[in-house]
Design a protein. Sequence first.
Length: 256
Amino acid sequence: MGNLRSHLRPLNTHDRAIATLAHSPAANSPIMATKEATDEATRQRIVKHMNTEHHDSIRRYVEAYASRSMFQSRSAKMIDIDLDKMVFSCGGQQAVIGLDPPMTTLRESRERMAKMDKDALETLGRSDISITRFVPAYTRPAHLWNFTQCLLAFLLLPRAANWQPGSPIYDYALFMVPSFANFVAQYGWLIFMIMLPIHLIEGVIMVMRLAKHGCTFLDGVWWKWVGTCFVEGITSFWRLDALIEERKKEKEAKRH
């Protein structure tokens, strides 16, 4: 203790002034202000990026973690993010999603939100590929041929008179194969009745597949996919599969 006292001396006026300044709020205010400004800029950048580039993820967040419906989530937007929560506007209301455990810095947000999106996909039974584009049958000649034949079958098969003498089809073409024309005139309605439920089932399957990719009847492309599927059947699924594969490759390319 004697040695310790020998090294201690009373604070003079200059020392007290320095100590007071070091512990005053004003000494730290420029640093704190800079940090707060940086955090606010980071926060705004995250919010803007999510709303612009990742609206699909935002929709999944509010559906999986805030119990909003697929229809309510269509208008969802991120309005704020903090270390312990994300705040969204959704259908005129706010949805607050807590982050557990809280982040230690906003720099963790990218990794945290990517993990939450992956978990949301599993919870909702969805794919990370969203269907926002329609590929028409005329982009592939074979698909257009199938679409045309199926459409003509739906329009012409139910009415026997379309296949009998006096109809344009018979007078310009089928008169050369009267036995075939007579067969279709007798049994065309039966073929139509077989086609109808098959194509209805294919339409239902298309609806379920589109739902997995976040596409509902509120989207214009939904009506195009389902409508063409009802007419042409399997070839519409081939185009949808090709579109999904294309989107997957685009995602992989962005990662690299």
